[in-house]
Design a protein around this ligand. Structure first.
Ligand SMILES: [Zn+2]
Length: 240
């Protein structure tokens, strides 16, 4: 039997299982996305307390069994994000961030940068729940795309290299396009183009403000890029 595995993890999902157990979807820095079972967690005197809930950042001891499912034997809280947890929009934004990580990085391939990005997002929402919302969600997704090697090309036409009059976006081409190369693209306003470029280049804490119209176009650019190049559909970035 291999020894115990010690790892930090963020709880992406926590699903009731049987009478007293939970199945956890976890994101770890060095083992990517893993699933684990925590036994007896729903009993009132469980040693895990209430910490095996979504968005908790934990220090875990996990045991490997015969199946893919690890068993949680110990869990300490690194961050509980209490303020985030008390705010509806922040909870919704955190859930969509966890869902995007889960869909784009659903294997055991290690991406410590993605783990750090997710922890940073949760910490930002906890420090100021007013950050929650469409712009923050899209900036987070752009950084996930960057980590996945799917960042859209924004500086020049993806097809011909033209640097001016970039008025469209093509998910299939993976970036902005000029009028001569616009087949299969949709119109992208200057404000949406600027949001994409600025959000990609700045830290998450400095996400620029943009109009809802620009954000909708930016979301479409992100969604079409992910669909064409990773075959994945993301949930909408805000509740509609
Ligand atoms: Zn072109």
């Amino acid at each position: 039997m291999p020894g115990p595995l010690k790892s930090e993890a963020v709880v992406l999902r926590s699903i009731r299982y049987g009478e007293a157990d939970r199945i956890l979807h976890l994101y770890t820095p060095h083992r990517g996305r893993v699933s684990a079972i925590a036994k007896g967690v729903r009993r009132t005197r469980s040693r895990f307390g209430g910490r095996l809930e979504p968005f908790f950042r934990l220090r875990l001891v996990l045991h490997e069994g015969r199946s893919d499912l690890l068993t949680v034997t110990s869990a300490e809280t690194v961050e509980g994000f209490a303020r985030l947890r008390a705010d509806g929009p922040a909870l919704d934004t955190a859930a969509r961030a966890c869902d995007a990580v889960s869909r784009l990085f659903d294997t055991s391939e290690p991406h410590p940068d993605v783990y750090n990005l997710l922890c940073n997002e949760l910490a930002l929402l906890d420090a100021d729940p007013r950050r929650a919302g469409h712009g923050n969600q899209l900036a987070f997704r752009l950084k996930l795309l960057l980590a996945a090697g799917l960042a859209p090309q924004l500086a020049s036409c993806t097809s011909c290299g033209e640097r001016d009059h970039l008025s469209g976006f093509s998910g299939a081409a993976g970036g902005v396009v000029c009028p001569a190369c616009e087949a299969g693209s949709f119109p992208l306003d200057g404000a949406a183009h600027e949001f994409l470029a600025t959000a990609l280049g700045r830290p998450l804490a400095e996400t620029p403000a943009a109009s809802e119209r620009a954000l909708r176009q930016a979301e479409r650019a992100i969604a079409e890029t992910v669909e064409h190049h990773a075959g994945i559909r993301l949930r909408e970035a805000v509740a509609r």
